[in-house]
Ligand binder design. Structure first.
Ligand code: ZN
Length: 327
């Protein structure tokens, strides 16, 4: 080594210490989905009277928690859940340590009424995750229950003939008694990407964001489209940036209402932004050091990026912590 400070050395010396990697919300479920149990009606009925069984109770966007001191408990025994409100729907989520775990849907009005109870906290899943109101192990099955119960609430009639359908297979299917078509729960794929041009990355702002927040661009994958092509189409539509190579990084269930976020990085082929003003209110290139300061909430102008519960935080961090090209 000559001791000269070339650009690579400067980069290395100024590389920030972002601390331990946070957990990505709603991932790494400990639940064994035990799909073979979904058809075992006698066993499922016995679970309803087993004190080891636990269920999550929710109505609309609201989830019911038993108030604790530092953390709250979202898991109720079958008897406790029955005492809260009548169940509109029930889904078998799987097994944890051999005990069954369910999601119980109650009416939004019932959930609203439970807000009056001093021993309960009735609150939405985003707030639970962002504020860390329950232990992290509950987040993946809460996401599973929320997505499934939302699907039931919005698919009560057959899309083929219009007749009322009934839940079967412990909530994992709805059957039409009239035309016999079976309906299965859906997950909508979304691509969320960090598009990189040299040593800068593209972030945008939606009108829905807090005033200081910048994030990765994102959009739904359309029918007949690969994830890679969706990344290229969305980046071109929203920012006028053409993309070459696309690399998939990791994914995150996103039950708002029932998406799967597929995190990607993309190589930009041009850097002259032409923003779609219907989709974004702002869009520009950011350096690694600027992104690092946003991740650490130390940006001089107070700019921020999404919190660790969101996959965008992890994608931006992966890029900041990687020397050289990730593609
Ligand atoms: Zn039908």
């Amino acid at each position: 080594m000559t001791g000269s400070l070339g650009p690579a050395n400067v980069q290395q010396m100024s590389r920030p210490d972002l601390g331990p990697k946070p957990h990505l919300g709603y991932t790494d479920s400990l639940i064994d989905r035990a799909a073979e149990r979904r058809l075992d009606t006698a066993w499922l009925a016995a679970c309803a009277n087993d004190a080891r069984t636990q269920t999550y109770v929710m109505g609309g966007e609201m989830i019911v928690l038993k108030k604790g001191t530092a953390l709250h408990n979202p898991a109720f025994t079958p008897d406790e859940a029955r005492a809260l409100a009548p169940a509109a729907e029930q889904v078998f989520l799987g097994l944890l340590d051999g005990a069954a775990r369910f999601g119980t849907g109650i009416s939004p009005a019932s959930a609203e009424a439970l807000k009056e109870r001093a021993d309960l906290l009735v609150i939405d899943l985003r707030s639970i995750a962002v504020q860390g109101l329950v232990t992290a192990e509950h987040l993946p099955p809460l996401a599973e229950a929320k997505a499934m119960l939302h699907w039931h609430a919005r698919h009560r009639h057959c899309a083929n003939c219009g007749a009322a359908t009934s839940p079967v297979d412990a909530g994992w299917k709805r059957a039409c008694p009239n035309c016999k078509v079976e309906h299965f729960p859906r997950t909508d794929p979304v691509v969320i990407m960090l598009t990189v041009h040299g040593d800068r990355a593209l972030l945008g702002r939606s009108g829905r964001f807090a005033a200081t927040m910048w994030s990765c661009l994102a959009g739904f994958v359309e029918p007949g489209e690969s994830m890679e092509d969706a990344v290229r189409r969305e980046t071109l539509e929203e920012a006028g940036i053409r993309c070459g190579r696309v690399k998939y990084l990791y994914s995150q269930p996103w039950p708002f209402p029932m998406s799967l976020m597929n995190g990607c990085m993309a190589e930009a082929l041009n850097d002259d932004i032409k923003m779609d003003q219907n989709e974004l209110v702002d869009c520009r290139w950011f350096s690694k050091s600027e992104c690092a300061s946003m991740l650490m909430q130390k940006h001089p102008d107070g700019l921020t990026c999404p919190p660790p519960v969101a996959i965008a935080h992890h994608i931006i961090r992966t890029w900041v912590e990687t020397d050289g090209a990730l593609l």
